[in-house]
Design a protein around this ligand. Structure first.
Ligand code: AMP
Length: 283
């Protein structure tokens, strides 16, 4: 695996590969890699000749400075995992490489409705930060395909909007969520949970499954209240638990039996904010 720290060197190398016919798959991450990230790398390797992974904890997407400061960093094991997966390229920039003019006064994207709900009000500025870094990374890597996880369902929607706004030809591939045997979605943030909290955190998956398996056409408020109590009994403080339209993420309190829905949860346990979602399976 070749590790690049500077955009210019990375771009020069990749351009040469593309000129020789390589297709580039790109997996952006914030490190503290786990099997979920590995699944994105494997997917990229299936479709593209050369896979580029980036590890960069982007300061502009953290609305909470403590969360940024506490973000886990495990660079040595990350490199070992990427090597074991035969990842061809790792881009490991410093803040100054991606933001040469600093992180103040950055561009603003018109992300529309998909960024105004769910994570939007809970984490002001988060999706602007995501787009600021993803756009810079895409400029540096110029991939053919971009691999992201359904775990961050709303983020995938926002990045799709960014690609539209920038007239990008990059193909966004959304990959399924990898889970622990308990059902807990794998996440770098799980490293901050105690063993007891990790056990209790499986309640998110139980709450998602509960709604998914019990949903019938008609009002859904009782189901969401029952799912909330599953979370609260496990010790979660709920930020949101919503059932939304799959396509535009508008919240719904009724199901007509045909619309595709997605259930989304953000909740705190041990002061760690976890998110997860489930697409309602067709009946
Ligand atoms: P992160 O390092 O958390 O920014 O995540 C980098 C990429 O990995 C994003 O596209 C995430 O959606 C994806 N990802 C995170 N957790 C999982 C998981 N459990 N399964 C699949 N993909 C994931």
């Amino acid at each position: 695996m070749i590790i690049f720290k500077h955009q210019k060197d990375l771009s020069n190398f990749l351009q040469k590969q593309v000129n020789q016919g390589a297709t580039i798959g790109f997996v952006p991450t914030m490190g503290a890699l786990h099997a979920g990230h590995a699944s994105l790398i494997s997917e990229s390797k299936k479709h593209c000749k050369l896979t580029v992974c980036s590890i960069f904890v982007n300061p502009t997407q953290f609305n909470d400075t403590a969360d940024f400061a506490k973000y886990p960093k495990t660079i040595e094991s990350d490199i070992a995992l990427l090597e074991s997966l035969q990842t061809e390229v790792l881009y490991l920039p410093e803040v100054s490489d991606l933001y040469p003019s600093g992180t103040q006064q950055l561009e603003h994207y018109d992300l529309g409705k998909v960024a105004d709900v769910l994570e939007g009000p809970s984490r002001p500025g988060h999706f602007q930060g995501v787009c600021q870094v993803v756009n810079r990374l895409l400029m540096a890597v110029q991939p053919h395909q971009l691999f992201m996880g359904q775990k961050d369902f709303q983020q995938c929607r926002v990045v799709a909007r960014l690609l539209e706004l920038t007239n990008s030809s990059v193909k966004l591939v959304t990959c399924p969520t990898l889970r622990e045997p308990s059902g807990l979605a794998m996440s770098s943030r799980n490293m901050r949970l105690s063993e007891v909290a990790k056990q209790k955190a499986a309640a998110i998956y139980q709450a998602l499954n509960y709604i998914n398996s019990s949903l019938k056409p008609g009002p859904i408020q009782t189901l969401t209240e029952e799912a909330c109590s599953i979370l609260e009994k496990a010790g979660f403080k709920i930020d949101y638990l919503k059932v939304c339209n799959y396509y535009d993420l508008s919240e719904t309190d009724q199901w007509n039996g045909t619309d595709v829905l997605v259930i989304l949860i953000a909740a705190y346990i041990d002061d760690v904010r976890l998110i997860d979602n489930m697409i309602v399976s067709s009946r």
